[in-house]
Each structure stands twice: as C-alpha cells, then as structure tokens.
Design a protein around this ligand. Structure first.
Ligand SMILES: Nc1ncnc2c1ncn2[C@@H]1O[C@H](COP(=O)(O)OP(=O)(O)OP(=O)(O)O)[C@@H](O)[C@H]1O
Ligand SMILES: Nc1nc2c(ncn2[C@@H]2O[C@H](COP(=O)(O)O)[C@@H](O)[C@H]2O)c(=O)[nH]1
Length: 205
C-alpha cells in the first residue's frame, strides 16, 4: 500500500526572532502533529539546556566526523559554532509518513531547499531590527559582543526572506502560531488534492 511521505516543515529566521518560543508553543498544542528534529551543535549548553532535549551537544571533532560521514542533512557554521540536522532521523520519520519540523538558520535552510524542494519553508520575521535586538538582550543568554554579531548577521538573514514560501511576522507568539498552523493545514490540503489527482490518473491508465 502506497504511503505518502511526511511533510518537511522548515522554520527559519534570525536569532532572537522567537523561533524556539513559537516552536515550543506549537508543540504544546494538542492537535499538533509534527515531530521535532533535535539539532546537533558544538555550542556549549545554556543554563537549563539538556543534551538530547534542546540539542545533541558535540565537540568540534565529533561534529566534523558527522560531516565527513555524511550524517547531516545540512549544517552551517553560525557565529563560531557548528549547527546541523541529523539526516537519518529526518528520513526515517518522513518515510514513516510523519511531518518533521526543523528550526534552523538561513544558510542551512537554503541547503535543505535544494535537497528537499517540496518542503514547506517559513521565514519568521521580527516586527523590526530594534525589537529583535531587544529580544536578544532580554533573553540574557549571550554577552554583548555575541549579541552584536547576531544582530549584524540578522541584517544579511533578513535579505533572504524572499526565498521562502511564506513570511510570518512574530509580533505575538499566539498569532504567529495561528499563522503557521493555517499555512501547514493549507499545504496538507494542497498535497492531498495533488495526490488524489495523481492516483486517479494512474487508475485511468
Ligand atoms: N512575539 C514575541 N514578543 C515578545 N518577545 C518574544 C516573542 N517571541 C519570542 N520572544 C522572546 O524573544 C527572545 C528570543 O526568543 P527565542 O529564543 O525563541 O528566539 P530564537 O529565534 O529561537 O533564537 P535563536 O535562533 O538564537 O535560538 C526570548 O526571550 C523570547 O521570550
Ligand atoms: N543550520 C542550522 N541551524 C540551526 C540548527 N539548529 C539550530 N540552528 C540555528 O542556529 C542559530 C543559533 O542557535 P542558538 O541555539 O545558539 O541560539 C539559530 O538561528 C538556530 O535556529 C541546525 O540544525 N542547523
């Protein structure tokens, strides 16, 4: 029996825009039906972060081995650390017909776009750059120099917004979640219609 592959949902956007906050809110909703792909990183854990929950924390040499062994769907070096998506987990989950949700920065998202062109690519945008900076400062997890690097990087990242299927403003977390849910539902309906049409064509052969 033919089983449709799951949908790969990629949420990207600059650091501090609220990707993690929105993703956590989405995953708390009872009707959410995606699987979250936990990334690998060489960054040190922040207070309260746990290995295998927030990230798989790796040394640089461990991460480079994963790259060399082709174990990552995508990876990028971001402000001094590596971040990457485990390939096997994503493939196995999609093959089982379940949707996978990636929360990644823009360079990695561009790599995924090339490899999985039928994924759903959503850019989470801040209301303004100054609000983005306020959020990074307010989060209090980085020192001033790292925040400055992330804000500088955000200017380049915002220029990549037009490469996405959808841009969602994160003015309010609940509104951003509603918009993302609506986009995912619409994409599922579109895929079902395409699928039905395809099966009807096969039957008619
Ligand atoms: N809509 C919002 N309004 C106000 N504050 C927000 C909103 N969304 C998130 N925040 C706050 O902004 C800060 C950054 O959010 P978060 O850590 O989720 O960003 P991120 O995009 O995941 O960052 P990174 O890419 O660095 O992991 C947090 O302190 C969070 O509480
Ligand atoms: N290309 C990838 N980017 C990732 C991945 N996991 C997280 N990220 C992004 O990195 C920055 C910094 O994250 P932080 O936790 O140090 O604040 C942020 O934009 C994340 O979304 C990944 O697997 N690949």
């Amino acid at each position: 029996m033919y089983k449709q592959r799951g949908l790969l949902i990629v949420l990207s956007g600059p650091s501090g825009v609220g990707k993690g906050t929105v993703r956590k809110e989405l995953f708390q909703q009872p009707d959410t039906n995606y699987e979250y792909s936990i990334s690998m990183t060489t960054r040190s854990p922040r207070e309260g972060e746990h290995d295998g929950v927030d990230y798989f924390f790796k040394s640089r040499s461990e991460f480079e081995q994963l790259i060399n062994e082709g174990k990552l769907l995508e990876y990028a070096e971001y402000v001094g650390n590596y971040y990457g998506t485990p390939l096997d987990y994503v493939n196995e989950t999609l093959d089982a017909g379940r949707d996978v949700f990636l929360e990644i920065e823009v360079v990695g998202a561009a790599q995924v776009r090339k490899l999985v062109p039928d994924g759903l690519f959503i850019f989470l945008a801040p209301p303004s750059l100054s609000e983005l900076e306020d959020r990074l400062v307010g989060r209090g997890t980085e020192k001033a120099d790292v925040i400055a690097s992330r804000v500088l990087k955000a200017r380049e990242e915002l220029e990549m917004m037009n490469l996405y299927d959808y841009v969602v403003e994160n003015d309010e977390v609940s509104k951003a979640c509603d918009r993302i849910n609506a986009i995912v539902t619409a994409e599922h309906c579109r895929r079902e219609r395409v699928e039905k049409r395809y099966l009807l064509m096969l039957e008619g052969e």
